[in-house]
Design a protein around this ligand. Structure first.
Ligand code: ADP
Ligand code: AMP
Length: 218
């Protein structure tokens, strides 16, 4: 099954994608994570993407479609992918339809996660991640059980993203509303769109997603 989590920065896509990966065996495909890894490794793509990402703009369709295409050729994604942060433009959505079709696959569902702008800003500004295993946390909404220690791997080192500040978040929300939001109509027209309330607690959102997925044909 192939699933897209569609929603603005901070909607909870990464949080829910990781839960779906653990609970249902989906593979999370986050273009943001892939681009950050390229940036950290100093690859050509990473160098090209760095300034664009730091100011909250979108990396070019060609680059992003290229990395997704390569990732979909790997064997571990054959059973199903949860796309997190991709597609973000109509060109990317059309490219994904073609890529899946070329592999004899299709998109099964798109879940739009709706969250108010002010809640998004609060979520992004308080977000941090385990530096060792990548588990996501929030200063207020998703604290580790023991302060300062990762629940998953026990590490005491955490990082924050360069673009997770209030100014860049507002720019990213504008980019989402102008360049990505048109995908809602695209997927509604395809008959794949499901809308959920992303304002609820993490566990409640997970339950709503499971309920949507139980109604979707594989
Ligand atoms: P996205 O991947 O859509 O940008 P994340 O999953 O990284 O968003 O979530 C952004 C921040 O908000 C994280 O710090 C996460 O712990 C927190 N968060 C995620 N879902 C919820 C929720 N339903 N309620 C409150 N906080 C949440
Ligand atoms: P994210 O981790 O999804 O919040 O993405 C972080 C940043 O990576 C974005 O602000 C963009 O600069 C870039 N990015 C991630 N995914 C895409 C995409 N599908 N298309 C273009 N840029 C992307």
């Amino acid at each position: 099954m192939n699933l897209i989590l569609l929603g603005p920065p901070g909607a909870g896509k990464g949080t829910q994608a990781k839960i779906l990966e653990e609970q249902m065996g989906f593979k999370q495909l986050s273009t943001g994570d892939m681009l950050r890894a390229a940036k950290a490794a100093g690859t050509e793509i990473g160098l090209k993407a760095k300034a664009v990402m730091d100011r909250g703009d979108l990396v070019s369709d060609d680059i992003v479609i290229g990395i997704v295409s390569e990732r979909l050729d790997q064997p571990d994604v054959k059973k199903g992918v949860v796309f997190d942060g991709f597609p973000r433009t109509p060109a990317q959505a059309e490219a994904l339809d073609k890529l899946l079709a070329s592999k004899g696959q299709k998109l099964n569902a798109v879940i739009e996660m709706k969250v108010d702008d002010e809640a998004l800003v609060k979520r992004i500004v308080g977000r941090y991640t385990c530096a060792k295993c990548g588990q996501g946390y929030h200063e207020e909404f998703a604290k580790p059980k023991q302060a300062g220690t990762c629940d998953v791997c026990g590490s005491t080192e955490f990082t924050r993203r360069a673009d997770d500040n209030e100014k860049t978040v507002r720019d990213r929300l504008h980019v989402y509303n102008t360049q990505t939001a048109p995908l809602v109509a695209y997927y509604r027209a395809q008959g794949n769109l499901h809308v959920i309330d992303g304002m609820a607690d993490i566990a409640v959102v997970t339950r709503e997603m499971s309920s949507v997925l139980s109604r979707v044909k594989a």
